[in-house]
Design a binder for this molecule. Structure first.
Ligand code: ZN
Length: 315
């Protein structure tokens, strides 16, 4: 995968220092608060859970948050010292990360802009031939970050907040991927971004609202799985479409599939508690996550990412 010759997005923001700035308020010893939107307010990639040896989300994100809150003492409980400094200038010493984020986000913009114009989008769609509204990627270096969805500790992992249409990531997560998830590689790292951008696409086409309305009901977990697998498929579509420019190799593809496998609900649950409970899945199994990433990657067609009309047992 090659990024040095890529166009770099200007929609990346860097936050250093505490959790200030943005919508929520940091501090108070609480790593994560969801003040208003209950969820799927924050759509995590599901990795965070396992990264810190927690169970994968048991019943939508509240429980995930609960687990993280309960078990993450010392790893994100502070709002940091003083307000965060937000800037579009790359912090000193972080150039490699900055180039990576700007180039990968730029490539997602180049992929999704035309697809919105041409209406090549998955169902469920609100039917509007929409303009692609580019999301902002907030790269934070402190222990927590304030968002319109609340304040999140690093433990949450990369996530998308529909309320402010922003993606959030602390680059330290890539160490977690490499070391704890055994999911190394730059293309695997890019897949994480592309998955979150997939959630942004879902927000624009109305899929997120659909899942939100099922919240608390009998099908809530299944709807979450549908949403997450679709985001994986959309990440695959990006991988295919951007593949030529990024010189994506077969090894790169394997990296992404390996990462998709590592964050499957069954794999995470087996690692964390030794058994699996399919009713508690919220992101899909390892096999499903690989399958849907591959579906997007092989077809390059977002319309193939229809995880909502299919029978649940056929996902
Ligand atoms: Zn996700």
């Amino acid at each position: 995968m090659r990024l040095d010759n890529q166009r770099r997005s200007t929609n990346v923001e860097y936050r250093t220092g505490g959790a200030g700035g943005g919508g929520g308020r940091g501090g108070g010893g609480i790593p994560l608060r969801i003040p208003r939107l209950s969820l799927p307010v924050i759509l995590i990639i599901g990795i965070a859970a396992l990264a810190f040896h927690f169970l994968a989300p048991a019943a939508l994100k509240e429980q995930v948050y609960g687990q993280i809150f309960g078990a993450s003492a010392g790893s994100g409980a502070s709002g940091g010292a003083g307000p965060a400094q937000a800037s579009q200038t790359c912090p000193a010493g972080q150039e490699e990360h900055c180039q990576f984020f700007e180039a990968v986000l730029g490539s997602t913009e180049d992929v999704w802009g035309p697809r919105f114009q041409q209406g090549q989008l998955p169902r469920p769609s609100n039917g509007q031939p929409a303009q692609y509204a580019q999301p902002r990627l907030v790269v934070f270096f402190g222990p927590s970050v304030a968002t319109e969805c609340g304040t999140a500790g690093t433990d949450v992992g990369p996530f998308y907040c529909p309320a402010d249409s922003q993606l959030y990531i602390n680059p330290s997560f890539y160490d977690v991927m490499r070391q704890r998830l055994n999911a190394p590689g730059d293309f695997a790292q890019a897949y994480v971004i592309a998955h979150e951008v997939g959630h942004h696409v879902q927000n624009l086409i109305g899929a997120t609202r659909l899942v939100d309305s099922a919240r608390g009901g009998r099908t809530a977990n299944q709807m979450s799985v549908r949403l997450e697998l679709q985001a994986d498929c959309l990440a695959g579509v990006w991988g295919r479409a951007a593949g030529r420019a990024l010189e994506v190799s077969n090894e790169d593809l394997q990296e992404a599939l390996n990462a998709a496998h590592a964050i499957g609900d069954d794999t995470l649950q087996r690692q964390s508690r030794g058994y699996t409970d399919a009713n508690s899945y919220t992101h899909g199994t390892s096999a499903q996550r690989m399958r849907w990433f591959r579906e997007g990657f092989e077809s390059g067609d977002a319309r193939r990412c229809d995880t909502f009309s299919r029978d649940y047992s056929q996902l």
